[in-house]
Design a protein around this ligand. Structure first.
Ligand code: GTP
Ligand code: MG
Ligand code: ZN
Length: 290
């Protein structure tokens, strides 16, 4: 028995990356009876004699769009401009990642479009205390690409962010050897035709892995409890103990140490205000549900 990782599903078969090779395998019939569908990203035990998947190891996480398991890292891409940065989306993606035990990092792309450094600094400042590494790059000019590549975490990485921030360009720049796999125009047309385009895990020369479809969804944030959200804000942690109420949401409560830290400028104000928007959004969604 050998352990491998599913890189692709092909009409009832699964391509398993195993000892540096890809082996097309069939799942044992018992999976269907047990209601288990193997997913791309699954770590599986394979009987190499008859290329059969014997078992699927427990998953660390699982996503619907793209349909993939065991994501380790999420690169959240945002551009200096064109499009204007949507930092609420960045915040939600950080939350969605952390909620699912995925490690987030931020990539500020299109630094070549910044008229002066202050536009880049403004974004960096927002996430100074958020506990995610930040990389500044220009896919157009090749700035910062090598540094990001050196710092890419091991395991499975996927990128997310608004349309046109440069996710495909980034993958092309980082890993030109797999570039034909990512969204050029023809790929986009193809995708339009096949509404459920299958997801594929790309094994890179350095052994790291990449999910080629950026589709990590931030919607799950709506399912969080309001009390849970703050747990994922590193910048609140040191202050939260000092709040008057142990279950303080740092929202409308009096004597809130987090709000005081915001007033003193120790926590970035906009980031805090977007946190409040997320809390209010969740509350609103709940009211609609009842
Ligand atoms: N000026 C500048 N333009 C860039 C840079 N990176 C990407 N672009 C341009 O931004 C546009 C969008 O890039 P894509 O890589 O297709 O963006 P994407 O995030 O994959 O977009 P979707 O697939 O729609 O989600 C393209 O016209 C790129 O040429 C950059 O660093 N600087
Ligand atoms: Mg793209
Ligand atoms: Zn508080």
């Amino acid at each position: 028995m050998e352990t491998g990782i599913i890189v692709k599903g092909v009409g009832g078969f699964y391509d398993v990356y195993l000892n540096g090779n890809v082996l097309r395998c069939v799942p044992r019939g018992k999976f269907r009876k047990q209601g288990i569908t193997p997913l791309v990203g699954d770590v599986v035990e394979v009987n190499t004699k008859d290329a059969a998947i014997e078992s699927v190891l427990p998953r660390k996480n699982q996503f619907k769009r793209p349909c993939v398991a065991n994501i380790d890292n999420l690169g959240i891409v945002v551009s200096v401009k064109h499009p204007e940065p949507d930092l609420l989306l960045v915040d939600k993606l950080i939350l969605a990642a952390r909620m699912n035990s995925v490690r987030p990092f931020i990539v500020i792309n299109k630094v070549d479009l910044a008229e002066d450094k202050s536009e880049i600094k403004a974004i960096e400042e927002e996430y100074r205390l958020a506990g995610c590494p930040i990389f500044c790059v220009s896919c157009k000019e090749g700035i910062g690409i090598e540094e990001l590549k050196q710092n890419m975490y091991s395991g499975i990485t996927t990128f997310a962010g608004q349309s046109a921030v440069g996710k495909s360009s980034l993958i092309n720049r980082l890993y030109p050897e797999v570039s034909r796999e990512v969204g050029d125009i023809s790929e986009k047309i193809k995708r339009g035709k096949h509404t459920t385009r299958s997801v594929e895990l790309l094994v890179l020369p350095d052994g790291k892995m990449l999910v080629d479809t950026p589709g990590f969804s931030a919607l799950e944030v709506d399912l969080m409890e309001p009390e849970q959200v703050q747990l994922y804000y590193d910048e609140f942690i040191t202050y939260a103990d000092e709040c008057r109420f142990p279950k303080c949401l740092h929202y409308r409560e009096p004597q809130c140490a987090v709000k005081e830290a915001v007033e003193r400028g120790e926590i970035p104000k906009q980031r805090y205000q977007r946190y409040i928007r997320i809390i209010e959004d969740i509350n609103e969604k709940r009211r609609e549900r009842w």
